[in-house]
Design a protein around this ligand. Structure first.
Ligand SMILES: C[S@@+](CC[C@H](N)C(=O)[O-])C[C@H]1O[C@@H](n2cnc3c(N)ncnc32)[C@H](O)[C@@H]1O
Length: 221
């Protein structure tokens, strides 16, 4: 099943420098090994246990599509979007013989309305700390979920990092070694989710890093 995604307002309004950052690093990002393979496998297992075979899923900020291709066999259809055209180009190149046939990749901002909505579940892995307007993106996710739908996210909460790291982030961003990051604590992230109308069901920390909670949230039925 193919859901066409129209060019859309949020993507066009996105700061050009942010788009260029992700386009520039996409080939390097694709080659980078997963940081903590055990934690990554645990995250996939958790996601697969929460998704149902009948689900139509949207993943926002899908990067080069690795996670989408791993989770797609657990669901009916998996639509994966990213704001960087270069990331989507790499993801698209992974489709074809041997790849799950129920995945489609599209160039879209996390705040865009995606054709095919409402979805049964939305996933956002390593994304929410990177978006320019978190309430706007959460509102878009909420709108695109069915009542009772699952919102599964993993977010870097840099306020939990040691102060030298926190202090370094703006410099790395200014030098274009890192993208702009919204400093968040886990409690603030939970507050943003609740303010957007989600019920937070579980907070899970995988691996050794404590600053990237996986949050299982739901749009009330
Ligand atoms: C750290 S990477 C994570 C990629 C993937 N989710 C993963 O877990 O490997 C962040 C991704 O979010 C995308 N991104 C950042 N801001 C975005 C936005 N406002 N809308 C859509 N994608 C965005 C970037 O292009 C990049 O591919």
């Amino acid at each position: 099943m193919f859901y066409p995604v129209p060019a859309n307002k949020a993507l066009m309004e996105r700061p050009m420098e942010t788009q260029l950052f992700w386009d520039r690093i996409a080939p390097k990002y694709a080659r980078k090994p997963v940081d903590d393979p055990d934690a990554y496998e645990e995250k996939l297992a958790l996601a697969a246990s929460l998704l149902r075979p009948s689900d139509r899923v949207l993943e926002i900020g899908c990067g080069t599509g690795t996670t989408a291709l791993r989770l797609a066999p657990s669901v009916m259809h998996y639509t994966a979007t990213d704001g960087a055209r270069a990331m989507i180009g790499i993801a698209d190149a992974k489709l074809g013989p041997g790849a799950p046939a129920n995945v489609s990749f599209h160039h879209a901002d996390a705040g865009d309305q995606i054709a095919g909505a409402p979805f049964d579940a939305v996933c956002a892995f390593s994304l929410l700390h990177l978006v320019e307007d978190l309430p706007d993106v959460l509102a878009a996710v909420n709108t695109q979920l069915k009542p009772g739908g699952l919102f599964l996210s993993k977010t870097v909460c840099t306020k939990a990092a040691a102060w030298p790291i926190r202090a370094l982030i703006p410099t790395l961003t200014a030098l274009r070694f890192a993208p702009p990051v919204t400093p968040l604590s886990e409690a603030e992230l939970v507050r943003f989710l609740k303010d957007a109308g989600f019920t937070v069901e579980r907070k899970i920390h995988l691996g050794t890093k404590r600053m990237s909670p996986i949050i299982v949230a739901r749009k009330p039925a």
